[in-house]
Design a binder for this molecule. Structure first.
Ligand code: V47
Length: 344
């Protein structure tokens, strides 16, 4: 299939949902057959105290959520002790931008985990956090990224990308990492031979053209580095935040966006339907609209559940696998770098 341009991609939004889905599904089948990947993972969000004010965020301690916390390393390690004892293979660590803890507090989390459990995959620090740490502690991106590698970070999650269009970005999260900076940090991470993911927050004030623009910028960087494992469109959750969106995005528009992501991002191997923000049911449907990954069991989730997602306690593994199979796909447990571990 020929690579699609901006205008053509935007025009595809007008196509019938099922035709668009059919195209995305044929690409998915060619790449992954009927396999749907997931992993057994645990999210940890060590602090919600944040220097930045993103209008869409319900997680950070603020007027709407006045319960600031910062976990001790002992607390974090006891969570990790527990998950390792249950054979969980990935820990996904993302925090707010807390100016009170010091740089070492962040780095020691990874170092202590990795010293104790070298086999556990540490996916940690979004590019927004990297930018915050660099600015706050007078370091370059290179220095922070090297410190991450030295202290045991294996891969970077895709958070903080939001929407790259500068005008929309300014409106929803002014002052946070810019689009250029976000992409530059991932470029530098990939240059170190490391992998990362990339997200897109949609269903708020952005328009279709902004989503396509977002995908195009990702595709360009991926052409350069090949370092993105996975694209993750995140459906905006409307509760407890300052964006005040009244009209919720439709399932039709979510599925069209999933399908377009699969069609436009021809160089990103995996498309994740993140059940946390789409609901499990729609994520299962999204398997027929290009998605080949459903993230994982998660266990504990604080960022999206603060904004209304029903994800605070993750999903049960057996149930998750059963749902994937019942929906006609083959549940394949993967590691964090998409090596297949087990066909369930
Ligand atoms: O960056 C914040 C988003 C992200 C809201 O890399 C919201 O594998 C919806 O990035 N509604 C954090 N979304 C989560 C994230 C992620 C999740 C799962 C897997 C991976 C991965 C990455 O959550 C933030 C922000 O874009 N977010 N507030 C909200 N109200």
């Amino acid at each position: 299939m020929q690579r699609i341009g901006f205008d053509e991609a935007l025009a595809l939004y007008e196509e019938d949902l099922f035709e668009l889905g059919g195209t995305a599904d044929s690409i998915r089948r060619e790449m992954h057959g009927k396999k749907t990947y997931f992993n057994i993972n645990r999210h940890i969000n060590p602090t919600n105290i944040c220097k930045d004010v993103c209008k869409f965020c319900a997680y950070s301690a603020s007027r709407k959520n006045p319960n600031p916390y910062a976990m001790s390393h002992e607390e974090i390690l006891s969570i990790v002790d527990d998950i390792v004892s249950r054979d969980i293979k990935e820990v996904h660590i993302v925090s707010a931008h807390n100016p009170e803890t010091g740089l070492q507090w962040y780095l020691d989390i990874f170092r202590k985990i990795k010293e104790k459990y070298p086999q556990l995959h540490v996916k940690a620090l979004t590019a927004a956090e990297v930018n915050f740490l660099a600015e706050e502690y007078g370091k370059s991106y290179d220095e922070i990224l090297d410190l991450m590698v030295e202290n045991g970070v294996d891969s970077m999650p895709g958070g903080g990308a939001e929407i790259f269009d500068e005008k929309v970005r300014d409106y929803i999260c002014k002052g946070k990492v810019s689009s250029e900076q976000w992409l530059q940090i991932h470029r530098k991470w990939h240059e170190r031979g490391k992998k990362s993911n990339v997200t897109m927050l949609f269903g708020h004030v952005e328009e279709r053209r902004h989503r396509i623009d977002h995908m195009m910028r990702i595709r360009d960087l991926q052409d350069e580095t090949g370092g993105f494992n996975c694209f993750i469109p995140l459906v905006y959750q409307p509760e407890n935040n300052f964006l005040n969106i009244r009209e919720f995005i439709t399932a039709n528009e979510i599925l069209k966006t999933m399908a377009l992501s699969r069609i436009v991002l021809d160089n990103v191997p995996n498309l994740k339907a993140y059940w946390v923000t789409s609901t499990v049911n729609l994520a299962l449907v999204a398997q027929e609209f290009g998605a080949n990954d459903l993230d994982g069991t998660i266990e504990k989730e604080s960022i999206n559940s603060a904004a209304g997602a029903k994800s605070a306690n993750g999903v049960d593994l057996e149930e998750f696998v059963h749902l994937i199979r019942e929906s006609g796909f083959v549940p394949v447990e993967r590691d964090s770098l998409y090596n297949e571990l087990k066909v369930w």
